[in-house]
Design a protein around this ligand. Structure first.
Ligand code: C5P
Length: 201
């Protein structure tokens, strides 16, 4: 049986950094499930129909730096409300989780819907202002022309859509451990997550 770590939480809470570090530390595979929705969102921007795009999704579609833009993030959260889109992406995520060497999956519904039997469930949060500040820094470092206010509005809009949708809303699993990274450095957040996984091994 694979050892599965589910890491959920809102946009820019630190899930990506934590997931990559946990996977590297334990030698587990890592799947950023947001990329699946971003890949579908990018295809929709290019004119595809969402359900058709989700059903035809190929893993090579995920290796694309252009999926990391705010426009694609918005498109991703719009397609993510469609139940058939979500359903089309379940099998890929579950088979990834079944990898014998252990797997870390991060997203919004890993602990609640995709892997309800995960060995460890972490729900990573931070205030909207902290998350927007981090995302703003990231985008600015990449040379994206934006403002803190735009990024904050974008983060809040995606949070609201992710939390209020009927299909697999963003919500902590009953047995998830909450990790608020607002006042933690990346290194501190990673150390806290590794400790939780270590305790469950
Ligand atoms: O995590 P990331 O910001 O890349 O996700 C983009 C969007 O994809 C989210 O705002 C959310 O709407 C959707 N998503 C989802 N379920 C997941 C991962 C992402 O609904 N497991």
């Amino acid at each position: 049986m694979s050892f599965v770590v589910a890491i959920d939480g809102p946009a820019a809470a630190g899930k990506g950094t934590i997931s990559k570090a946990v996977a590297a530390h334990f030698g587990f595979a890592h799947l950023d499930t947001g990329l699946l929705y971003r890949a579908v969102g990018a295809k929709v921007i290019a004119g595809a129909e969402p359900i058709v795009a989700a059903r035809a999704l190929d893993p090579v579609d995920l290796e694309n730096e252009r999926l990391r833009t705010p426009a694609v993030a918005q498109a991703a959260s719009e397609v993510a409300v469609i139940e058939e889109v979500r359903a089309a992406l379940v099998a890929f995520q579950r088979s990834f989780a079944a990898r014998a060497d252990g797997a870390v999956l991060d997203g919004r519904d890993i602990g609640t819907v995709i892997c309800p039997e995960a060995d460890v469930k972490l729900f990573v949060t931070a205030s909207a202002e902290c998350r927007a500040e981090r995302r703003f820094q990231e985008l600015s470092d990449k040379g994206t022309d934006t403002t803190f206010e735009t990024v904050l509005a974008d983060v809040k809009q995606r949070d609201a859509r992710d939390q209020s949708r009927a299909a697999s809303p963003l919500i902590p699993a009953d047995d998830a451990i909450l990790l608020d990274t607002s006042d933690l450095t990346a290194a501190e957040a990673v150390a806290a997550a590794i400790k939780v996984v270590e305790a469950a091994r």
